[in-house]
Structures are given as structure tokens and as C-alpha cells.
Ligand binder design. Structure first.
Ligand code: SF4
Length: 206
């Protein structure tokens, strides 16, 4: 890997855009999204498969990313992917913090944490489970449910996060009609869980 990528001063940027966070605890919040390329987790239902191969995305300097990110009125940044922790995020977070930004990350937790993060949304995947050290630091656990068996995976992960971690079950989008009745029943019977829907898809925004 390029040495600059290794120290996080350049990042393989897939896209960056200003939108509304559609998922989890902060659903409905205007935020600037920074999507980094590269993911080795391989979820069959991934809705960002175009981001998996980082070589498709020429490295962009942190300075260039920041220039665009701070030109929007929202002070909230969502770093996502791909798996954004594939890269050291220290330089990006430091520059965002210098502009007073609040930084949220969406991660599978399968790579080491880096950077200054205000909110960690951990979305664990069975293909490549989270590293143990991320569980107590997660502010939010968001488990994607493709069928009833995934509820066992959700409980397995719930036992590992801290007591204050917000808990969400989110239907995998292509199976939402079939899966939603199971999730609704489960959350009603186990009300520590909330339901997350991908409201940006209902609003037809990125
Ligand atoms: S971890 Fe996220 S980006 Fe990677 S394959 Fe799974 S859903 Fe897609």
C-alpha cells in the first residue's frame, strides 16, 4: 500500500456528499458523508459493492476532502465505506476536528480503531467479526437482519457492548418485506432493541 495511504494523509475516496443520515440513532440528521473505498468483509447483500476495490479510487488528500466537507452548513460528518477503518483516520479526523466537526463512523469493527471519533456505530458482520476492543467503545450497535437466524447474531453482539450502547435491528433492504414482521415481533418481545429503517431510501436521497 502507498505510504501516504498507510499514514492516512491520502485516502481512496469513493464519494462525498451532503445528505440526511438515514439509519440508526442519528436518522434524520443532516450530515456530510465521506465514503472511503476498500472492504474485505464481503457481505453478499452489500449495497456499496462498488466501494470494495480501493484501487478503483485514486487517493485524495485529506486537505481536498476537508475543503468540501466544511463548505456545507452541517457540522456533522459521517465516515463510511467500504470499511473506513481499513485506513488510519487520524489525519482526517484531526483536520475535521480543527473545523469543529462532530465525527460519526459506520464500521464493521473488523479493523483497528483510529482517529478521534464522537460516535461509533458498530455494524458487526459474521463474515469478519469485530475486533474485541471495539465493543466497549461502540455508542450504537446496528445489526443487519436478513432472516430470523440473524437475531441470534444480534444477541451475541449485544452481550459484548457496554450497557449504554443503543441497540438497533435493521432489515436488509432487499428482504425488508419478509424480515420486518420478525423484527417487529422480536423488538416488542425484547424492548431493549429499537428498529432502524433506511429512511434515505424511502426519501430517494443518497
Ligand atoms: S462491511 Fe459494509 S461495505 Fe463491507 S461488504 Fe459488508 S456491508 Fe458492504
Amino acid at each position: 500500500m502507498n505510504a501516504l495511504l498507510e499514514d492516512g494523509r491520502l485516502l481512496p475516496l469513493v464519494e462525498d456528499f451532503y445528505t440526511i443520515q438515514g439509519e440508526g440513532f442519528h436518522a434524520g440528521k443532516p450530515a456530510y458523508f465521506i465514503r472511503l473505498g476498500g472492504c474485505d468483509v464481503g457481505c453478499s447483500w452489500c449495497d456499496s459493492k462498488n466501494s470494495w476495490n480501493p484501487r478503483l479510487f485514486p487517493p485524495v488528500s485529506v486537505e481536498e476532502i476537508i475543503l468540501r466537507a466544511v463548505s456545507h452548513p452541517a457540522k456533522s460528518i459521517v465516515i463510511t465505506g467500504g470499511e473506513p477503518l481499513s485506513y488510519p483516520l487520524g489525519p482526517l479526523c484531526k483536520a475535521l476536528k480543527a473545523h469543529g466537526m462532530e465525527i460519526f463512523i459506520e464500521t464493521s469493527g473488523s479493523h483497528p480503531l483510529s482517529g478521534t471519533l464522537d460516535w461509533i456505530c458498530l455494524s458487526p458482520k459474521q463474515n469478519k467479526p469485530p475486533l474485541p476492543e471495539i465493543y466497549p467503545l461502540a455508542h450504537e450497535l446496528k445489526v443487519i437482519i436478513t432472516g430470523p437466524l440473524d437475531l441470534e447474531w444480534a444477541e451475541y453482539n449485544r452481550r459484548k457492548v457496554s450497557p449504554g450502547c443503543r441497540l438497533f435491528l435493521q432489515p436488509e433492504w432487499s428482504r425488508r418485506e419478509a424480515v420486518l414482521p420478525h423484527i417487529v415481533s422480536y423488538a416488542k418481545a425484547n424492548p431493549v432493541w429499537n428498529i432502524s429503517l433506511q429512511i434515505h431510501k424511502y426519501m430517494h436521497i443518497p
